[in-house]
Write a protein that binds this ligand. Structure first.
Ligand code: GRF
Length: 198
């Protein structure tokens, strides 16, 4: 699911094409009609579905509609690749421990919007990317993969975001691979491997 330019979606498409990721993208859904991610999906021959988040009686109705579309396509893992909506209970309940999100900071530091600017403002010397399971609380589910990058003195939000993005594009396919191999379990708030992997 995407709301924007879809470069992390592209990283998954490329990893599948290269044989680094053994998966099929059943559908790409966006709440934004002109999201670049939908265009990338079409270019790769993947079904691209626009479902506006507006006009539903409630947030839950919108989430139920998403769950219906995903289930109808037999989706096993939902990947939030720059999907800018909070995931509500109907969708969480339909895909327990099967929704992953990518966040451009080392959680639990700097959740929410503008994570790179938050990191700069705080003055951290290291930031990075987190891929995690989605739970009811924003940006705080069990962590699947984290990768760090240095923060340098003359960084701007743009330069730091670009450095993190390079790691995002590696971490996301790795995390999806790790989830799909099934060799993991949830222990408290930890996701622990039960076999070799990332
Ligand atoms: C990425 O920085 C991701 O971590 C965040 O939203 C951004 C999406 O970028 N959740 P893209 O649409 O994948 O290029």
């Amino acid at each position: 699911m995407v709301s924007g330019r879809g470069s992390n979606l592209q990283a998954l498409i490329d990893a599948i094409a290269d044989g680094r990721l053994d998966a099929t993208i059943a559908v790409v859904i966006s709440n934004i009609e002109d999201a670049g991610g939908l265009e990338r999906a079409r270019a790769a021959g993947i079904e691209a579905l626009y479902i506006s988040h507006r006009g539903w009686p409630s947030r839950d109705d919108y989430d139920r509609a998403l769950a219906r579309e995903l289930r109808a396509r037999d989706v096993g893992l939902v990947c939030l690749a720059g999907y800018m909506r909070v995931v509500g209970m109907p969708l969480l309940a339909a895909f327990p421990n099967a929704i992953v999100n990518i966040h451009p900071a080392l959680l639990p530091s700097f959740p929410g919007l503008h994570a790179q600017q938050q990191a700069l403002d705080h003055g951290v010397k290291v930031s990075g990317v987190t891929v995690h399971l989605v739970t009811a609380e924003l940006d705080s589910g069990p962590i699947i993969v984290q990768r760090s990058v240095p923060v340098v003195d003359d960084d701007t939000e743009e330069t730091l975001a670009a450095r993190i993005l390079v790691e995002e594009h590696r971490a996301f396919p790795d995390a999806v691979t790790a989830m799909l191999d099934g060799r993991w379990k949830i222990d408290g708030r930890r996701l622990v491997r039960t076999g070799p992997g990332v």
